[in-house]
Design a protein around this ligand. Structure first.
Ligand code: NAD
Length: 353
C-alpha cells in the first residue's frame, strides 16, 4: 500500500526518537512491499523559533494531506517562561482539537525482561497488560479558564457534555470487546457534578455492550490499585486530566517512561502517534534516549491508521526480541551496567525485524 506520514520531530529528544521510528517504518515498507512517504514539518518550540507559532498553518496543511502523524515531543527550558504569549504545548492542544482526536489510547505492558526496573515486586507485574483510553479534547484542559487571574485567584473548569463522554466510552467498550472484555471507568463521581455525568453516560453506553464487564473506580483508589493489583485491569477509560496522570503512573509498570506509545484517534482512520514522554531536555543530544515508545507508536500507526495488523505485530515482536536479547538504552540498563546508544538499540530492533 501507499501511505503518506507527516513527521513532527519537535524539540529535545524528539528528533532523535522520530528518526529511529522512521527507520523502522522504512524497513517495514521494504520488507512487506509498501511505499511510505515521510513529510517533515514544524511543531513546538522549534516552530515558535522559526515562525512565531507553535503550530504553523503549513504544518496543518501538510498533516491534512497525509494518512497519519508521527510526533516526537515538544517543549523545553528555552520556551518555559510562564508569561510567554505562545508555548510549545499550545501546538499539541491545537493539533488534537483541529483533527478532533478525542481518544488517546495508551497500551501499558510489563516486560518480564525489565521487571527489575520497576519499584514493584515481580509477582505483581505478572500478566500486566492494560489499555488506557483517555478522553483528549474535553475536560479541564479545555474548559473555561481565567489565564492570569486577578493576582490572587485563577480557575480552570472541568466541563463535559454527554456526547463527549459517549464517543470516548464507545471507543473503550469496543476496545474491551477485542481484548479480555473488562472495562474500568475512572471518575470522581462522589464529589464532582461533571463526573456524575461521566458515570451516568458510561452506564447508559454500557447497555450496548453487555458482553463487557464494567466497574467504576474512583480516581484516587485507581491510583492505588494500579500499584497494588495492576494485572486486574484490562481497559480503563478516564477523563482527560485523570487519564494523563494515571497513565504516567502506569508507565512505572513498563520499566521506563521511554517505553510507552500512544495513539490519538478521532472518528476516522487518521491519527496522531507519539510516545507518552516529553522532550527530556536533560538527555537531549547525548544518544541516551530510549526510542521504544516512538517505535511502538509507529506500530500503532500501522495498526490503526493503515490497517496493517501483521506489520504492527512484527514491530512489537521485534521490540520484545531486542529486549530479550539484552539490548538496553541507559534508562533501562541495570545500575552500573552497560548500555547502547539510541541508534544502536534501533539497529537491534531492525535486526530482529
Ligand atoms: P519528560 O518526559 O521529558 O522527562 C522525564 C524524565 O524521563 C527525564 O528524566 C527524562 O530524561 C526521562 N525520559 C523521558 N523520555 C525518555 C526516553 N525516551 N528515554 C530515556 N529517558 C527518558 O518530562 P519533563 O522533564 O517533565 O518535561 C520536559 C519537557 O517536555 C517540558 O517542556 C514538558 O512540557 C514537555 N513535555 C512534552 C510532552 C509532549 O510533547 N507530548 C509531554 C510531556 C512533557
Amino acid at each position: 500500500m501507499k501511505a503518506t506520514i507527516t513527521v513532527l520531530p519537535g524539540d529535545g529528544i524528539g528528533p532523535e526518537v522520530t528518526s529511529q521510528a522512521v527507520e523502522v517504518l522504512s524497513k517495514v515498507a521494504s520488507k512487506f512491499g509498501h511505499e511510505f512517504a515521510f513529510n517533515e514539518a514544524l511543531m513546538g518550540g522549534c516552530a515558535i523559533d522559526q515562525t512565531g507559532s507553535a503550530l504553523p498553518d503549513e504544518t496543518i496543511r501538510t498533516a491534512e494531506s497525509s494518512d497519519a502523524i508521527l510526533l516526537g515531543a515538544v517543549g523545553g527550558p528555552k520556551w518555559s517562561d510562564p508569561t510567554a504569549k505562545v508555548r510549545p504545548e499550545d501546538g499539541l492542544l491545537k493539533i488534537r482539537k483541529h483533527f478532533d482526536l478525542f481518544a488517546n489510547l495508551r497500551p501499558v505492558k510489563a516486560y518480564p525482561a525489565l521487571a527489575q526496573h520497576t519499584p514493584l515486586r515481580p509477582d505483581l507485574l505478572e500478566n500486566v497488560d492494560m489499555l488506557f483510553v483517555r478522553e483528549l479534547t474535553g475536560g479541564i484542559y479545555f474548559g473555561p479558564r481565567q489565564e492570569q487571574g486577578d493576582g490572587d485567584s485563577a480557575y480552570d473548569t472541568e466541563l463535559y457534555t454527554t456526547p463527549e463522554v459517549e464517543r470516548v466510552a464507545h471507543v473503550a467498550f469496543r476496545a474491551a470487546q477485542g481484548r479480555r472484555g473488562k472495562l474500568a471507568s475512572v471518575d470522581k463521581a462522589n464529589v464532582m457534578a461533571s463526573m456524575r455525568l461521566w458515570r451516568r453516560t458510561v452506564v447508559r453506553v454500557h447497555e450496548d455492550y453487555q458482553d463487557v464487564a464494567l466497574e467504576h473506580v474512583l480516581v484516587d483508589a485507581c491510583a492505588m490499585y494500579l500499584m497494588t493489583r495492576p494485572a486486574s485491569f484490562d481497559v480503563l477509560v478516564a477523563p482527560n486530566m485523570f487519564g494523563d496522570i494515571l497513565s504516567d503512573e502506569a508507565s512505572v509498570l513498563a520499566g521506563s517512561l521511554g517505553m510507552l506509545p500512544s495513539a490519538s484517534l478521532g472518528s476516522a482512520k487518521f491519527g496522531l502517534y507519539e510516545p507518552i514522554h516529553g522532550s527530556a531536555p536533560d538527555i537531549a543530544g547525548q544518544g541516551k534516549a530510549n526510542p521504544t515508545g516512538t517505535i511502538l507508536s509507529a506500530a500503532l500507526l500501522l495498526r490503526y491508521s493503515l490497517g496493517l495488523e501483521q506489520e504492527a505485530q512484527a514491530v512489537e515482536r521485534a521490540v520484545e526480541a531486542a529486549l530479550a536479547s539484552g539490548a538496553r538504552t541507559a534508562d533501562i540498563a541495570p545500575r552500573g551496567g552497560s548500555f547502547t546508544s539510541t541508534t544502536e538499540f534501533t539497529q537491534t530492533i531492525l535486526g530482529a525485524l
